[in-house]
Design a protein around this ligand. Sequence first.
Ligand code: ADP
Length: 253
Amino acid sequence: MSTPLIAARAVSFGYDDRVVVDRLDLSVGVGEVVALLGPNGSGKSTLVKGLFGLVPRLGGTIEVEGKVGDASTHHARIGYVPQRHSLAQSVRSTVSEVVAAGRLPHRPWWQPATRSDRDLVARAIEAVGLSDRAHAEVSTLSGGQQRRVLIARALAGQPALLVMDEPTAGVDHASQVVLTEVLGRLAASGTAMLVVTHELDVLADVVTRIVCLDAGHIDFDGSPGAYAAHLADADHPHVHAGHHHDDDSTGGR
Ligand code: ADP
């Protein structure tokens, strides 16, 4: 098996000595589209922020493509779309300016943007359907459009793995449609994804694996098909048990 894009081993994250994510193992490999599900407060955001060094790590190790270090030290390879990134500091910036920041990990800070940087920025903006707003200030965009700007910023970095925290939460229908298309195209082009979501629909046909968190632990990790069976078991334990009972009694006769 190839080296995982990201591998977290026995990682714990928390706040002020309160452990929220407890000695958890999670790897994402090339070609995987992983939906990270779980009830509110189960630690999904804390886990993805922790992978980027945005929450204190209380234990464990993180490797990106086999190299020790969290995703913030390898952010040329891993893109992050935060849940509620306040674009507040950037309200006076244009869409192009915000998205261009996605190229910064790829060149020394003193070097001006190249033609290829500018092309990648334009393509990322086009991919999220905002070409006609490229020179608009982000403050003039809707919440859903601002979310698309953040995704374009991550795309401009051409990440091998894109980590997204609830990309469709609270966005308008038009943005939701665009996001579903974008995620589909990314998956088809081989970009791996780790997506926190309550709305499995957005990952439509592209999800290859489902991981469920509960109180900071993984309580399910498997294929979408296995997840459906897991849900059926959880919803109807008596039916499941009954089948076994019937089988047993049939066999006994
Ligand atoms: P989820 O994304 O699954 O809803 P979170 O990771 O946001 O879960 O939250 C997990 C737990 O961590 C919750 O109990 C929440 O109150 C707590 N928590 C989240 N952010 C902070 C923070 N900045 N400071 C202290 N506790 C936090």
